[in-house]
Write a protein that binds this ligand. Sequence first.
Ligand SMILES: Nc1ncnc2c1ncn2[C@@H]1O[C@H](COP(=O)(O)OP(=O)(O)OP(=O)(O)O)[C@@H](O)[C@H]1O
Ligand SMILES: [Mg+2]
Length: 126
Amino acid sequence: MATEKTPIVQYQDVNKVYRGGNVAVEHINLTINQGEFVCLIGTSGSGKTTTMRMINRMLEPTGGTILFKGQDIHQQDPVNLRRHIGYVIQNIGLMPHMTLYENITLVPKLLKWPEKKAPGQGRGAD
Ligand SMILES: Nc1ncnc2c1ncn2[C@@H]1O[C@H](COP(=O)(O)OP(=O)(O)OP(=O)(O)O)[C@@H](O)[C@H]1O
Ligand SMILES: [Mg+2]
């Protein structure tokens, strides 16, 4: 069972080679502990987006293992996995008819999280 000391995310020797042979990520080993703030910095094409998109299985690695809270994400249902990883949607992923608050709270609502009483925070923004 995951404890407070279990890393939130671990990449173990992860590779991603796109069809056509583009090597986007090569042997990445990365441990992110709970509460840590991590920023991926690199030149264009260095594999930042590919690395991020593999954590919630929007892309599947070609090799290696990714653990989320100590569990191999490959063994987990992608939809359920995604609902437990916050992801800030940009541009076309946003629902244009909804406010910023409604967009941000869409997944927590799907998960039936109780709404925290925070009068005015974020509401009505667009
Ligand atoms: N769908 C794809 N098919 C083939 N090659 C791809 C695909 N997506 C990305 N690549 C290639 O994989 C490499 C890494 O791309 P990625 O988008 O992960 O880089 P990035 O660091 O996010 O770049 P940027 O800073 O421009 O957003 C690049 O060489 C890119 O051309
Ligand atoms: Mg990118």
